[in-house]
Design a protein around this ligand. Structure first.
Ligand code: SF4
Ligand code: SF4
Length: 250
């Protein structure tokens, strides 16, 4: 099957969609910093830090508005690496028999985000990373964030993990991530949804690498800007980047 290649055009600006997201990122940073300060004063711990990257192989869901912010900052080389990753994401979406297998394969086979610098463990596009990369914080050591951490625990270790999570402030009682720092990002999702709806009359959500690639795809963005959800889907399909697991337009 022949597949139309995405146009290597830099994305047009779509500033009425991206600016609310960028403002949301700044507001989130202020709120998260204030919340974290109080949390730490009460003895809470945050294990995230520079060079810690075990979470950078998790699937990431974004709005097209966030993807545009990232896409507009990428070099051609970075965009090509993101697209190669997106095609692996698509392959996984088409072949995974269940959501659990999709997530597990994403972490172990699709692998780490191409924007990660494996040498330093740093995000090379920290300034334009999406919301999920901003609001994921761990109240327990990073070994619990690693792919397969839960699957490789013995029954006793799982019980110990559950007890540890239950008594750790800031968690939701089930997982070791810091729940209020996730909730604080909700205004960014809301701002993105509102901006897309106001500007385009539609919303597009999905996988981070797929949408970041599509955000640079002229035919796709042209249909989006016209509010043509079906046309946008067809453009994504022609580019080999449409699958219900990784792309929702409507
Ligand atoms: S969420 Fe986990 S892996 Fe990611 S930076 Fe925090 S501690 Fe490290
Ligand atoms: S964008 Fe940055 S923080 Fe997010 S997954 Fe990629 S490397 Fe990690």
């Amino acid at each position: 099957m022949t597949r139309a290649a995405p146009s290597p055009q830099p994305p047009t600006r779509h500033t009425r969609v991206t600016e609310p997201v960028v403002r949301g990122y700044a507001a989130y940073a202020r709120r998260a910093q204030a919340w974290t300060r109080q949390y730490q004063e009460r003895g809470g711990r945050v294990f995230c830090g520079a060079g810690c990257f075990a979470c950078c192989n998790m699937p990431i869901r974004v709005s097209l508005a966030e993807a545009l912010v990232t896409a507009q900052a990428l070099t051609e080389g970075e965009a090509a690496r993101v697209e190669a990753h997106a095609r692996q994401v698509l392959h996984n979406a088409r072949t995974a028999p269940s959501e659990d297998v999709y997530v597990e394969r994403h972490r172990t086979e699709v692998g780490f985000c191409p924007l990660l610098d494996r040498e330093s463990g740093g995000c090379t596009r920290y300034d334009v990373r999406p919301t999920r990369c901003r609001d994921t914080f761990s109240a327990l050591p990073a070994r619990y964030c690693e792919a397969g951490a839960w699957e490789t625990m013995t029954r006793r270790e799982r019980e110990s993990y559950r007890r540890e999570v239950a008594r750790t402030p800031g968690t939701d009682g089930e997982l070791h991530f810091i729940a209020p720092l996730e909730h604080l990002s909700e205004p960014i999702w809301e701002a993105a949804a509102r901006a897309m709806r106001n500007e385009w009359g539609l919303e597009a959500w999905g996988d981070f690498w797929v949408l970041t690639t599509l955000a640079r795809h002229e035919a796709f963005m042209d249909r989006v800007a016209r509010g043509d959800a079906r046309g946008a889907w067809r453009a994504a399909k022609a580019a080999g980047l449409a699958h219900a697991t990784v792309l929702e337009i409507g």
